[in-house]
Design a protein around this ligand. Sequence first.
Ligand code: FAD
Length: 321
Amino acid sequence: MARKVLVLADIRDNSFRNVSFEAIAAGKQVADGGEVAAVLVGENVSGLSSELFYYGADRVLTVENSSLKDYTPDAYSQALLQVIDEESPDAVIMGHTAIGKDLAPRIAMKKQAGLVSDVTALEVVGEEVVFTRPIYAGKAFEKKVVSDGIILATIRPNNITALDRDESLSGEVKTVSVDIKDLRTIIKDIVRKSSGGVDLSEAKVVVAGGRGVKSEEGFNKLYEFADIFGAAVGASRGACDAEYCDYSLQIGQTGKVVTPDLYFAFGISGAIQHVAGMSNSKCIVAVNKDPEATIFSIADYGIVGDLAEVLPLLLEEFKKE
Ligand code: FAD
């Protein structure tokens, strides 16, 4: 059953987050032979359109307005709702990112649409789109369909493979003018914390530290290790609570969800709330001095040892490569 699908592109600092391209791939599946239109929202963003075609969008809808320079739920929901009213899509897909998590429920409520959030896989079965999503902190998966109206879904970064980039692809760019009014919140300034460059939720390699790292200086060693792999540094809540690092690094049920190809867990016990945020990593390497640590039950490779001894050895070896 061919569907018309809108995919919201996720832009940070004037460039796309990979999940935008993964969402287009998901959109193609949902469209089932129908059309995927990528929606580009922001201020002066139309120059980015071609990249969306390269990853498979059939059309690009640009929505530019000075109120859309930075994400606010108020302005973005007004803009997207007007695009939905103009385009009448069968489905709307976006990343399960800070923006998607905030925006999708608002759109679902306003359009009285069914929302499936944090999707890790999907398939078209007959007339239905069946979405798979984790539940109980990743202990089980459920399959869900939207039975009526617009299908709304957010997809978890790094789970659905983007289509191969093809620079020969192009298509129609349509400008959608929107009327943004009565904003109740306006961003005056954004003060950024430095995050070490690599975006944690999209990183291919994550180096995470726990309370076993013992100190802020210990975390500096993790940054040194991460640099070798071009990795992002993450942390358990134990490490954040102990003030070894900032809470923005927290991975888990109440932190970020990561799905890298390679996850290093240094001095992390493997509590269920932490595992909820990293158990879908493709390869997990754990270093812990306690042979009974729960993290070893989900690790592909484990080293039982004291970080004070193991980490310098790993640093020395990998720096040789
Ligand atoms: P610990 O459990 O203290 O483990 C430290 C580990 O380091 C131990 O296994 C120890 O053997 C090892 N170790 C110690 N010294 C060394 C050494 N020298 N060398 C090698 N290994 C060493 N936690 C999260 O991470 N993310 C969340 O999102 C999250 N959300 C939560 C939500 C709720 C509602 C609750 C109740 C809890 C949540 N937690 C979360 C907390 C979680 O339950 C754990 O307390 C936390 O994950 C423990 O962090 P940790 O593994 O670093 O510390």
